[in-house]
Design a protein around this ligand. Sequence first.
Ligand code: GLN
Length: 553
Amino acid sequence: MTRYIFIAGGVMSGIGKGISTASIGAILISCGYRVSCVKIDPYLNVDAGTMNPVEHGEVFVTDDGLECDQDVGNYERFLDQNLYRANYMTSGQVYQTVINRERSLGYDGKCVETVPHIPEEIIARLDRVAERTKADFVLIEIGGTVGEYQNLIFFEAARMMHLSLPSRVLFVLVSYLPIPAMLGEMKTKPTQHAVRQLNASGIQPDIIIARSAVPLDLPRKRKIAVFCNIRVEDVISAPDIKSIYEVPVNFEKEEISARIFEKFGIPTRKADLARWARLGRKVASLKKTVRIGIIGKYFATGRFTLSDSYISVIEAIKHAAWDIGAKPDIQWLDAERYEANTPNVRELGKLDGIIVPGGFGGRGIEGKMRAIRYARENDIPFFGLCYGMQLATIEFARTVAGLKRACTTEVDPQTPHPVIATMEEQEKNIAMGKFGGSMRLGAHPCQLRKGTLSYRAYAENTITERHRHRYEFNNHFREELERAGLVIAGANPERNLVEIVELKKHPFFVGTQFHPELKSRPFRPHPLFLAFLRACLAESRRASRKRAESKRR
Ligand code: GLN
């Protein structure tokens, strides 16, 4: 008896539909229910893997190797659950399945039409999630905002599901109430229009989550109730807050779970959000800061900075920092500023730790490598994630092992020292132009080497981490680099692929071929991020001691 809750957005994007969905999920789980979440992206891409992060935000990867929207990462973090392929759907996937079925005579000679065949496929996919997960509630977030051509067909599917299961389908609209500066008053009209638009697709929202800079007052709630045809208590006030992890507690202050149970006609169960409340209190009380620089290139959109490209990295830093009682001060550093011989790189000396995250292509890599060298030579804790590990290897090969022209074949196919290169199977993909879903993806095991930093951090022999890359550490250079001092701290047991490199005699210098950030959870920080942040905190203490000493002098 699975129940379905559709979550849609009105007025504008970026108002926290994903966090709202994840938070409702966390609340229902705390009531003792089984929950699964599905993200629907209305674009024609089959998955998120072929999109530029500036365009789309971070590409998240599941254990089973799906490249998907970052919201799936939010769900995993809030539900504390691994999700799979079935938890993500795009128009591209749906159409591809329907067209392939038509090509193999799956429609018995009928005319295949957008309606009903596309919504039927959408519904079948949602049913499969319910069946596989045995969830009491499946939460379905429809990407984009109401009134877009792209997502109309998903609303049609939702309407059809409601028609056949009226007591088991609920609609939540996450909307936004602006307070224009020149008026100084909170306006409900855009939300009214969003509801009208939703009504035009045959859907009436049961609950409206009203996002705004400040809490809604009663007059505003009443206005929404009258004009949007819902009860006052079904308007959930959702003001801006400092940390996304406060959202479950805030929603429940407005008794969202009671509203949901009432509408489904099931007995009320009490939500137990004690650990979320504790986390919120802890975060609010933190004093000591650690300064972490993320050196990347996917930030800029015109005059604005976008941190969505590295969202899992940011969350993983927070989880670990909070766990050791520190407040992270994350700084965005553009790799290209460290290119050539600018003295800019010296500004990195002010940081307590440096992360070089994943990336693709040649732009910015020389700057990233100058930053890595600076961290290596100045004992600043360094953590390289995927491309960050590959670039740390190249920098080491060039500067320490004397392989002056070392590079990755991704950037310099002719390099005499391809310390990072493709495996054979990837050569084929590249030659055939097969780029979608063809990297080394998803969870792979890694055996740790005793005595290394990583081994101490995990306190385990074999771990499993998620991958997303086409290039690898080239084993041809392994001995030479090890002789020069590079420590291979972890390798894939089946194929002997290098997964972790480290340096000795450095407070923390670790690069991972996998993406540890994808598995960090608010209540279960990732062991490597924890070890990294501990080193950063020690560095910050050392730096403030040095400052105090020089003042005394
Ligand atoms: N560009 C590198 C590769 O494809 C690293 C990818 C990444 O950082 N995710 O191997």
